[in-house]
Design a protein around this ligand. Structure first.
Ligand code: GLC
Length: 338
């Protein structure tokens, strides 16, 4: 043991490998509290629900549960319904709507993740907006203090720009402290900087607390997953295929790196978003999704597909039909195993 510790220390000093001192003490991470989840994208993340083409429906939540998924992630733009100046009160109408969706998820037997999504001002000027973020979490935590454990909090979606890894370490710790005052045991999901990417997570430290989950988002290669997405500048040209041996290896390798983070820090790991834009050939979408899902599962990582009924969809909400190859790439292999 001494020799191992010494050789690690030397290697750290020589900076041949990153310093992994905490891993010596780390316990095997507990499994994530859910395994297969769907993001209810483009609904409550829009400034007003419905303005981005989808409003969450109770029957969709039931469908998700019946297909075999065990959780939904509900992206919510709280900042659009919160006073910009102190005390930063959240509009009760938004709470009422989120309560409805949470109740629908719980009664379908799903875990329900609620997050803070699209707080873009925070990433541009994190010090200035941190008090608002903390005030929002204080109110959300109080509101859900008596909710069942199946309601899970996620601190903030995809911090980027000025919200650096170092800054996020401090703010994540602060938010967890705020939440723990009213929710001593609830699972809390945190992510890193750089748009919540794997790179961002690997640079971050988990908040010091029990029952926290490390999350990362995975859209690599971006030129494949985001081809044709009009919100990306410059727009990535359509027609990009995926599936070389090197590309397969790259996914396997990335999932191992994510799992290693969990082992190092003794926390469960979640792939909180992964998906492919609908411009992409359906067969290629399903192929990539199946590989990423399998790679996550092989490494004990829970996952959450982006998304339900919008641009990265798995369900056609206009005609009320599943996009079967996408659903099957995600959930069928699990159902067949059981
Ligand atoms: C992030 C963004 C969301 C986008 C998705 C895929 O979650 O917040 O708006 O659609 O990633 O790019």
């Amino acid at each position: 043991m001494r020799i191992l510790a010494l050789s690690l220390l030397v290697r750290c000093i020589l900076a041949v490998v990153p310093c992994l001192a905490p891993s010596l003490a780390a316990a095997k991470p507990p499994p994530p509290p859910f395994s297969s989840c769907v993001n209810l994208s483009n609904a409550l993340e829009a400034p007003i629900e419905g303005h981005w083409g989808y409003t969450i429906r109770a029957e969709d939540i039931k469908r998700i549960a019946e297909a075999g998924f065990d959780a939904i992630r509900v992206p919510i733009r709280w900042s659009a319904h919160t006073e910009a100046s102190p005390p930063h009160l959240i509009d009760p109408a938004l709470f009422k709507r989120v309560d409805e969706v949470v109740a629908q998820g719980l009664s379908a037997g799903l875990k329900v993740i609620i997050n803070v999504h699209h707080f873009e001002a925070f990433s541009s000027e994190p010090s200035r907006h941190a008090p608002q973020l903390a005030a929002m979490w204080e109110q959300i935590s109080k509101h859900y203090t008596s909710a069942p454990d199946d309601v899970i909090f996620e601190l903030i979606n995809e911090p980027n720009d000025q919200a650096t890894a170092q800054f996020m370490n401090r703010i994540n710790q602060l938010l967890v402290t705020v939440i723990r005052e009213t929710n001593p045991k609830r699972w809390i999901i945190f992510g890193g900087a750089q748009w919540g990417s794997l790179g961002g997570l690997l640079e971050s430290l988990p908040p010091k607390a029990r029952r926290v989950i490390a999350s990362f988002h995975y859209y690599d290669p971006f030129s494949f997953t985001h081809q044709g997405a009009t919100f990306v500048e410059p727009m990535q040209p359509a027609g990009k295929p995926w599936g070389t041996n090197a590309e397969h290896r790259s996914i396997a390798n990335d999932m191992k790196r994510a799992a290693a983070y969990g082992e190092t820090h003794g926390v469960p790991v979640l792939l909180g978003e992964f998906g492919v834009h609908i411009t992409t050939k359906l067969e290629d979408r399903a192929h990539w999704l199946g590989h990423v899902r399998a790679g996550a599962e092989e490494n004990g990582i829970g996952w959450c597909h982006w998304g339900w009924a919008a641009e990265f969809r798995m369900f056609d909400a206009e005609n009320d039909v599943w996009i079967a190859p996408i659903r099957d790439a995600l959930i069928r292999p699990n159902l067949e195993q059981n």
